[in-house]
Design a protein around this ligand. Structure first.
Ligand SMILES: Cc1ncc(COP(=O)(O)O)c(C=O)c1O
Length: 384
Protein backbone atom coordinates (compact mmCIF):
# COMPACT_ATOMS: atom_id res chain seq x y z
CA UNK A 1 0.00 0.00 0.00
CA UNK A 2 1.68 3.26 -1.07
CA UNK A 3 0.78 5.22 2.07
CA UNK A 4 3.93 7.33 1.63
CA UNK A 5 2.41 8.72 -1.58
CA UNK A 6 -0.34 10.52 0.32
CA UNK A 7 1.25 12.61 3.09
CA UNK A 8 -1.02 15.50 2.12
CA UNK A 9 -4.33 13.86 2.93
CA UNK A 10 -6.16 14.68 6.14
CA UNK A 11 -8.86 12.65 7.83
CA UNK A 12 -9.45 8.97 8.34
CA UNK A 13 -6.91 6.81 6.53
CA UNK A 14 -7.73 3.65 4.58
CA UNK A 15 -9.56 0.83 6.37
CA UNK A 16 -7.91 -1.82 4.17
CA UNK A 17 -4.24 -1.97 3.11
CA UNK A 18 -5.03 -1.97 -0.61
CA UNK A 19 -5.29 0.51 -3.43
CA UNK A 20 -8.41 -0.03 -5.53
CA UNK A 21 -7.90 0.75 -9.19
CA UNK A 22 -11.11 -0.41 -10.85
CA UNK A 23 -14.49 -1.97 -10.17
CA UNK A 24 -17.19 -3.82 -12.04
CA UNK A 25 -20.60 -4.55 -10.53
CA UNK A 26 -20.07 -6.27 -7.15
CA UNK A 27 -16.27 -6.61 -7.37
CA UNK A 28 -13.25 -4.33 -7.20
CA UNK A 29 -9.60 -4.92 -8.18
CA UNK A 30 -6.51 -3.61 -6.44
CA UNK A 31 -3.23 -2.46 -7.96
CA UNK A 32 -1.73 -5.95 -7.57
CA UNK A 33 -4.62 -7.45 -9.54
CA UNK A 34 -6.33 -9.05 -6.55
CA UNK A 35 -10.13 -9.16 -6.71
CA UNK A 36 -12.48 -8.38 -3.81
CA UNK A 37 -16.21 -8.99 -3.56
CA UNK A 38 -17.59 -5.67 -2.39
CA UNK A 39 -20.03 -6.18 0.49
CA UNK A 40 -19.27 -2.65 1.72
CA UNK A 41 -19.97 -0.56 -1.38
CA UNK A 42 -17.63 2.29 -0.45
CA UNK A 43 -19.73 3.33 2.58
CA UNK A 44 -23.01 2.05 1.05
CA UNK A 45 -22.64 4.25 -2.04
CA UNK A 46 -22.24 1.69 -4.85
CA UNK A 47 -26.00 1.12 -5.11
CA UNK A 48 -25.87 -0.05 -8.74
CA UNK A 49 -22.47 -1.68 -8.33
CA UNK A 50 -19.27 -0.33 -9.83
CA UNK A 51 -19.00 1.26 -13.28
CA UNK A 52 -22.45 0.17 -14.48
CA UNK A 53 -22.67 0.72 -18.25
CA UNK A 54 -25.95 2.67 -18.02
CA UNK A 55 -24.56 5.00 -15.36
CA UNK A 56 -21.34 5.63 -17.30
CA UNK A 57 -23.26 6.29 -20.52
CA UNK A 58 -25.69 8.69 -18.83
CA UNK A 59 -22.83 10.65 -17.24
CA UNK A 60 -20.85 10.78 -20.51
CA UNK A 61 -23.90 11.86 -22.51
CA UNK A 62 -24.64 14.69 -20.09
CA UNK A 63 -21.01 15.81 -19.89
CA UNK A 64 -20.87 16.19 -23.64
CA UNK A 65 -23.81 18.63 -23.38
CA UNK A 66 -23.23 20.57 -20.16
CA UNK A 67 -20.99 19.78 -17.20
CA UNK A 68 -22.56 22.30 -14.87
CA UNK A 69 -25.07 25.01 -14.39
CA UNK A 70 -26.50 26.06 -11.02
CA UNK A 71 -30.10 26.55 -9.91
CA UNK A 72 -30.00 30.05 -11.38
CA UNK A 73 -31.66 28.57 -14.46
CA UNK A 74 -34.11 25.77 -15.13
CA UNK A 75 -32.57 22.48 -16.23
CA UNK A 76 -34.72 19.87 -17.87
CA UNK A 77 -32.61 17.02 -16.45
CA UNK A 78 -33.03 18.43 -12.91
CA UNK A 79 -36.79 18.64 -13.29
CA UNK A 80 -36.96 15.08 -14.64
CA UNK A 81 -34.80 13.84 -11.77
CA UNK A 82 -37.08 15.49 -9.20
CA UNK A 83 -40.20 14.06 -10.88
CA UNK A 84 -38.66 10.56 -10.97
CA UNK A 85 -37.65 10.66 -7.33
CA UNK A 86 -41.09 12.01 -6.35
CA UNK A 87 -42.77 9.19 -8.29
CA UNK A 88 -40.99 6.64 -6.07
CA UNK A 89 -41.76 8.40 -2.79
CA UNK A 90 -45.09 8.38 -0.92
CA UNK A 91 -47.40 11.04 -2.47
CA UNK A 92 -47.20 13.34 0.54
CA UNK A 93 -43.40 13.69 0.23
CA UNK A 94 -43.35 15.54 -3.04
CA UNK A 95 -41.05 18.58 -2.71
CA UNK A 96 -37.29 18.31 -2.66
CA UNK A 97 -34.09 20.26 -2.47
CA UNK A 98 -30.92 18.77 -3.99
CA UNK A 99 -27.58 19.19 -2.26
CA UNK A 100 -24.31 17.28 -2.10
CA UNK A 101 -23.90 15.19 1.04
CA UNK A 102 -25.91 13.43 3.69
CA UNK A 103 -24.87 15.88 6.37
CA UNK A 104 -26.04 18.79 4.24
CA UNK A 105 -29.41 17.10 3.59
CA UNK A 106 -29.90 16.56 7.34
CA UNK A 107 -28.63 20.03 8.23
CA UNK A 108 -31.26 21.49 5.89
CA UNK A 109 -34.01 19.37 7.42
CA UNK A 110 -33.06 20.40 10.96
CA UNK A 111 -32.85 24.08 9.97
CA UNK A 112 -36.28 23.86 8.36
CA UNK A 113 -37.74 22.35 11.53
CA UNK A 114 -36.14 24.94 13.83
CA UNK A 115 -37.25 27.79 11.59
CA UNK A 116 -40.83 26.66 10.98
CA UNK A 117 -41.66 25.66 14.55
CA UNK A 118 -39.75 28.50 16.26
CA UNK A 119 -38.71 25.92 18.89
CA UNK A 120 -35.15 25.49 20.14
CA UNK A 121 -34.83 21.84 21.06
CA UNK A 122 -34.33 18.63 19.10
CA UNK A 123 -34.90 14.97 19.93
CA UNK A 124 -32.38 12.32 18.84
CA UNK A 125 -31.54 8.71 19.65
CA UNK A 126 -28.70 6.87 21.28
CA UNK A 127 -26.56 5.14 18.64
CA UNK A 128 -27.38 7.70 15.93
CA UNK A 129 -25.17 9.02 13.14
CA UNK A 130 -26.43 11.97 11.10
CA UNK A 131 -23.30 13.76 9.85
CA UNK A 132 -20.49 16.13 10.71
CA UNK A 133 -21.91 19.62 10.21
CA UNK A 134 -22.92 21.77 13.18
CA UNK A 135 -26.54 20.68 13.68
CA UNK A 136 -26.03 17.11 12.47
CA UNK A 137 -23.14 16.61 14.90
CA UNK A 138 -25.38 17.86 17.68
CA UNK A 139 -27.80 14.98 17.00
CA UNK A 140 -25.06 12.37 16.40
CA UNK A 141 -24.44 10.19 19.43
CA UNK A 142 -20.67 10.23 19.42
CA UNK A 143 -18.90 12.37 22.04
CA UNK A 144 -15.58 11.94 20.20
CA UNK A 145 -17.09 13.86 17.30
CA UNK A 146 -19.44 16.34 18.93
CA UNK A 147 -17.82 16.83 22.35
CA UNK A 148 -15.55 19.72 21.27
CA UNK A 149 -18.55 21.57 19.82
CA UNK A 150 -21.11 20.93 22.55
CA UNK A 151 -21.30 24.58 23.51
CA UNK A 152 -22.49 25.55 20.00
CA UNK A 153 -25.19 22.88 19.88
CA UNK A 154 -28.92 23.36 20.48
CA UNK A 155 -30.39 21.42 23.40
CA UNK A 156 -30.97 17.79 22.45
CA UNK A 157 -33.10 15.26 24.36
CA UNK A 158 -31.56 11.80 23.92
CA UNK A 159 -33.81 8.75 23.89
CA UNK A 160 -32.96 5.03 23.81
CA UNK A 161 -33.52 3.69 20.29
CA UNK A 162 -36.36 1.29 19.50
CA UNK A 163 -37.15 0.57 23.13
CA UNK A 164 -40.71 0.38 24.41
CA UNK A 165 -42.06 3.57 25.98
CA UNK A 166 -38.81 5.40 25.26
CA UNK A 167 -40.88 8.59 25.05
CA UNK A 168 -42.12 8.48 28.66
CA UNK A 169 -41.37 11.83 30.25
CA UNK A 170 -40.32 13.51 26.97
CA UNK A 171 -42.03 16.77 26.12
CA UNK A 172 -42.50 16.72 22.36
CA UNK A 173 -44.13 20.19 22.61
CA UNK A 174 -40.74 21.75 23.23
CA UNK A 175 -38.94 20.07 20.32
CA UNK A 176 -38.77 21.35 16.75
CA UNK A 177 -38.04 17.88 15.40
CA UNK A 178 -37.23 14.31 16.18
CA UNK A 179 -34.62 12.86 13.83
CA UNK A 180 -33.81 9.18 13.40
CA UNK A 181 -32.55 6.46 11.09
CA UNK A 182 -35.35 3.87 10.79
CA UNK A 183 -32.53 1.30 10.90
CA UNK A 184 -29.42 2.52 12.67
CA UNK A 185 -26.53 1.39 10.53
CA UNK A 186 -23.29 2.62 12.10
CA UNK A 187 -24.92 2.15 15.51
CA UNK A 188 -24.89 -1.63 14.96
CA UNK A 189 -27.72 -2.35 12.44
CA UNK A 190 -30.58 -1.84 14.87
CA UNK A 191 -34.05 -2.03 13.35
CA UNK A 192 -36.88 0.11 14.70
CA UNK A 193 -40.14 -1.91 14.49
CA UNK A 194 -42.87 -0.25 12.41
CA UNK A 195 -45.28 -0.16 15.37
CA UNK A 196 -42.68 1.70 17.45
CA UNK A 197 -42.00 4.15 14.61
CA UNK A 198 -45.74 4.68 14.14
CA UNK A 199 -46.25 5.50 17.80
CA UNK A 200 -43.25 7.84 17.84
CA UNK A 201 -44.61 9.71 14.82
CA UNK A 202 -48.10 9.95 16.31
CA UNK A 203 -46.76 11.35 19.59
CA UNK A 204 -44.55 13.86 17.84
CA UNK A 205 -47.31 15.02 15.51
CA UNK A 206 -49.80 15.40 18.34
CA UNK A 207 -47.36 17.91 19.88
CA UNK A 208 -46.50 19.79 16.66
CA UNK A 209 -43.01 18.28 16.54
CA UNK A 210 -41.77 17.42 13.02
CA UNK A 211 -40.41 13.97 12.23
CA UNK A 212 -37.29 13.56 10.07
CA UNK A 213 -36.42 10.11 8.68
CA UNK A 214 -32.73 9.99 7.83
CA UNK A 215 -32.94 7.43 5.01
CA UNK A 216 -29.41 8.06 3.84
CA UNK A 217 -28.68 4.36 4.29
CA UNK A 218 -32.17 2.82 4.34
CA UNK A 219 -33.55 4.63 1.27
CA UNK A 220 -33.57 3.76 -2.44
CA UNK A 221 -34.48 0.11 -2.10
CA UNK A 222 -31.65 -1.04 0.16
CA UNK A 223 -34.09 -2.59 2.62
CA UNK A 224 -36.19 -4.20 -0.13
CA UNK A 225 -38.81 -1.41 -0.24
CA UNK A 226 -38.10 1.94 -1.86
CA UNK A 227 -38.07 3.80 1.46
CA UNK A 228 -38.96 3.07 5.07
CA UNK A 229 -41.28 6.08 4.69
CA UNK A 230 -43.17 4.00 2.08
CA UNK A 231 -44.13 1.42 4.70
CA UNK A 232 -47.82 1.54 5.70
CA UNK A 233 -48.65 3.86 8.58
CA UNK A 234 -45.30 5.70 8.60
CA UNK A 235 -45.68 9.36 7.71
CA UNK A 236 -42.58 11.42 8.50
CA UNK A 237 -42.61 15.11 7.55
CA UNK A 238 -39.18 15.04 5.96
CA UNK A 239 -36.91 12.38 4.47
CA UNK A 240 -33.23 12.80 3.68
CA UNK A 241 -31.28 10.84 1.06
CA UNK A 242 -27.66 10.68 -0.11
CA UNK A 243 -25.12 7.82 -0.51
CA UNK A 244 -26.10 5.88 -3.67
CA UNK A 245 -28.76 8.31 -4.95
CA UNK A 246 -26.65 8.93 -8.07
CA UNK A 247 -24.52 5.74 -7.91
CA UNK A 248 -21.45 7.55 -6.58
CA UNK A 249 -21.74 11.03 -8.06
CA UNK A 250 -22.35 13.18 -4.95
CA UNK A 251 -26.07 14.00 -4.67
CA UNK A 252 -28.27 14.33 -1.61
CA UNK A 253 -31.84 15.44 -1.13
CA UNK A 254 -33.99 16.96 1.60
CA UNK A 255 -37.57 15.94 0.82
CA UNK A 256 -40.55 17.59 2.53
CA UNK A 257 -44.34 17.69 2.41
CA UNK A 258 -46.19 20.30 0.35
CA UNK A 259 -47.25 22.03 3.60
CA UNK A 260 -43.65 22.48 4.72
CA UNK A 261 -42.61 23.59 1.23
CA UNK A 262 -45.27 26.28 1.17
CA UNK A 263 -44.05 27.71 4.48
CA UNK A 264 -40.46 28.13 3.25
CA UNK A 265 -39.00 31.26 1.69
CA UNK A 266 -36.94 30.87 -1.50
CA UNK A 267 -33.78 32.06 0.30
CA UNK A 268 -34.09 29.42 3.06
CA UNK A 269 -32.22 26.80 1.06
CA UNK A 270 -29.32 27.14 -1.33
CA UNK A 271 -26.30 25.32 -2.73
CA UNK A 272 -23.89 26.05 -5.57
CA UNK A 273 -23.47 22.50 -6.79
CA UNK A 274 -26.79 20.96 -5.70
CA UNK A 275 -28.84 19.59 -8.60
CA UNK A 276 -26.09 19.92 -11.23
CA UNK A 277 -26.79 18.28 -14.60
CA UNK A 278 -24.24 15.43 -14.44
CA UNK A 279 -25.40 14.44 -10.97
CA UNK A 280 -29.05 14.59 -12.04
CA UNK A 281 -28.36 12.42 -15.11
CA UNK A 282 -26.66 9.88 -12.83
CA UNK A 283 -29.68 9.95 -10.50
CA UNK A 284 -32.05 9.24 -13.40
CA UNK A 285 -29.84 6.40 -14.61
CA UNK A 286 -29.72 4.96 -11.08
CA UNK A 287 -33.52 4.61 -10.98
CA UNK A 288 -33.47 3.16 -14.49
CA UNK A 289 -31.00 0.45 -13.43
CA UNK A 290 -32.82 -0.37 -10.21
CA UNK A 291 -36.10 -0.78 -12.11
CA UNK A 292 -34.89 -2.52 -15.27
CA UNK A 293 -32.92 -5.05 -13.23
CA UNK A 294 -35.76 -5.52 -10.72
CA UNK A 295 -33.23 -4.92 -7.96
CA UNK A 296 -35.70 -4.59 -5.07
CA UNK A 297 -37.02 -8.05 -5.79
CA UNK A 298 -33.55 -9.57 -5.90
CA UNK A 299 -32.53 -7.69 -2.74
CA UNK A 300 -35.43 -9.34 -0.91
CA UNK A 301 -34.66 -12.79 -2.31
CA UNK A 302 -30.89 -12.80 -1.81
CA UNK A 303 -31.20 -11.18 1.61
CA UNK A 304 -33.67 -13.84 2.74
CA UNK A 305 -31.32 -16.55 1.56
CA UNK A 306 -28.37 -14.98 3.35
CA UNK A 307 -30.30 -14.54 6.58
CA UNK A 308 -31.47 -18.14 6.51
CA UNK A 309 -27.90 -19.33 5.95
CA UNK A 310 -26.18 -17.06 8.49
CA UNK A 311 -28.51 -17.42 11.47
CA UNK A 312 -27.66 -21.08 12.22
CA UNK A 313 -23.88 -20.50 11.97
CA UNK A 314 -22.11 -20.99 15.32
CA UNK A 315 -22.53 -17.98 17.61
CA UNK A 316 -24.13 -15.87 14.85
CA UNK A 317 -27.25 -13.74 14.59
CA UNK A 318 -28.30 -11.67 11.57
CA UNK A 319 -29.62 -8.17 12.08
CA UNK A 320 -31.19 -5.72 9.66
CA UNK A 321 -33.25 -5.93 6.51
CA UNK A 322 -32.55 -6.32 2.79
CA UNK A 323 -28.98 -5.32 1.99
CA UNK A 324 -28.44 -3.43 5.23
CA UNK A 325 -27.36 -6.47 7.20
CA UNK A 326 -25.41 -6.93 10.40
CA UNK A 327 -23.72 -10.14 11.48
CA UNK A 328 -23.46 -10.36 15.23
CA UNK A 329 -20.69 -12.86 15.62
CA UNK A 330 -18.88 -14.84 18.28
CA UNK A 331 -15.85 -12.54 18.03
CA UNK A 332 -15.41 -8.85 17.21
CA UNK A 333 -16.61 -7.25 14.00
CA UNK A 334 -13.05 -6.08 13.38
CA UNK A 335 -11.82 -9.69 13.54
CA UNK A 336 -14.52 -10.87 11.14
CA UNK A 337 -13.83 -7.99 8.71
CA UNK A 338 -10.12 -8.91 8.69
CA UNK A 339 -10.87 -12.61 8.12
CA UNK A 340 -13.25 -11.76 5.28
CA UNK A 341 -10.72 -9.36 3.79
CA UNK A 342 -8.01 -12.01 3.75
CA UNK A 343 -10.39 -14.23 1.71
CA UNK A 344 -11.26 -11.47 -0.76
CA UNK A 345 -14.42 -9.89 0.73
CA UNK A 346 -14.94 -6.29 1.88
CA UNK A 347 -17.31 -5.75 4.81
CA UNK A 348 -17.52 -2.95 7.38
CA UNK A 349 -17.41 -2.80 11.16
CA UNK A 350 -19.90 -0.77 13.21
CA UNK A 351 -19.90 0.99 16.54
CA UNK A 352 -21.18 -2.21 18.14
CA UNK A 353 -17.90 -4.13 18.57
CA UNK A 354 -19.62 -7.45 17.80
CA UNK A 355 -21.44 -6.35 14.64
CA UNK A 356 -20.08 -6.52 11.08
CA UNK A 357 -22.04 -4.60 8.45
CA UNK A 358 -22.87 -5.78 4.94
CA UNK A 359 -23.91 -3.04 2.50
CA UNK A 360 -23.49 -4.63 -0.93
CA UNK A 361 -24.72 -3.16 -4.23
CA UNK A 362 -28.38 -3.83 -4.99
CA UNK A 363 -27.09 -5.49 -8.16
CA UNK A 364 -25.26 -8.18 -6.13
CA UNK A 365 -25.21 -11.46 -8.07
CA UNK A 366 -26.59 -14.58 -6.33
CA UNK A 367 -23.30 -16.41 -6.90
CA UNK A 368 -21.38 -13.65 -5.11
CA UNK A 369 -23.70 -14.07 -2.13
CA UNK A 370 -23.05 -17.85 -2.25
CA UNK A 371 -19.29 -17.29 -2.23
CA UNK A 372 -19.65 -14.95 0.72
CA UNK A 373 -21.68 -17.53 2.63
CA UNK A 374 -19.10 -20.24 1.92
CA UNK A 375 -16.29 -17.99 3.16
CA UNK A 376 -18.24 -17.03 6.27
CA UNK A 377 -18.99 -20.61 7.26
CA UNK A 378 -15.34 -21.55 6.63
CA UNK A 379 -14.15 -18.70 8.86
CA UNK A 380 -16.56 -19.52 11.65
CA UNK A 381 -15.88 -23.25 11.32
CA UNK A 382 -12.14 -22.67 11.70
CA UNK A 383 -12.70 -20.33 14.65
CA UNK A 384 -14.63 -23.22 16.23
C1 LIG B 1 -27.43 7.57 8.35
C2 LIG B 1 -26.45 8.59 7.89
N1 LIG B 1 -26.79 9.89 7.94
C3 LIG B 1 -25.94 10.85 7.53
C4 LIG B 1 -24.69 10.56 7.04
C5 LIG B 1 -23.76 11.65 6.59
O1 LIG B 1 -23.60 11.58 5.19
P1 LIG B 1 -22.33 12.27 4.49
O2 LIG B 1 -21.11 11.55 4.91
O3 LIG B 1 -22.64 12.14 3.01
O4 LIG B 1 -22.34 13.70 4.95
C6 LIG B 1 -24.29 9.22 6.97
C7 LIG B 1 -22.93 8.85 6.49
O5 LIG B 1 -22.42 7.80 6.70
C8 LIG B 1 -25.19 8.22 7.40
O6 LIG B 1 -24.87 6.92 7.35
Amino acid sequence: MPSDLSPHLLGQGPVWPIEIVRGRNDRVWDREGRVFYDFYGGHAVALTGHAHTRIRRAINREMRKLIFYSTSTRLNVRERAAATLAAHLPDRLSRMFFCNSGAEANENALKIALRLTGRERLIAFRGSFHGRTALTLAVTDDPRLNGPFARYAPRVDWLPFAEPATWEGVDFHKAAAVILEPIQSMGGVRVAPDAWLGELIARAHAAGCLVIFDEIQTGLGRTGTWFCASRPGLEPDMVTLAKGLASGIPVAATIVTADIASALEPHDLGSTFGGGPVAMAALLATFEVLEREDCLHSVREISQKMMTAINPLPGCAVLGRGFLLGIKGPRTGRWLCDELFSRGFLAGPSRDPLVTRLLPPLTLRPRSADRFLDALSEILGEAG
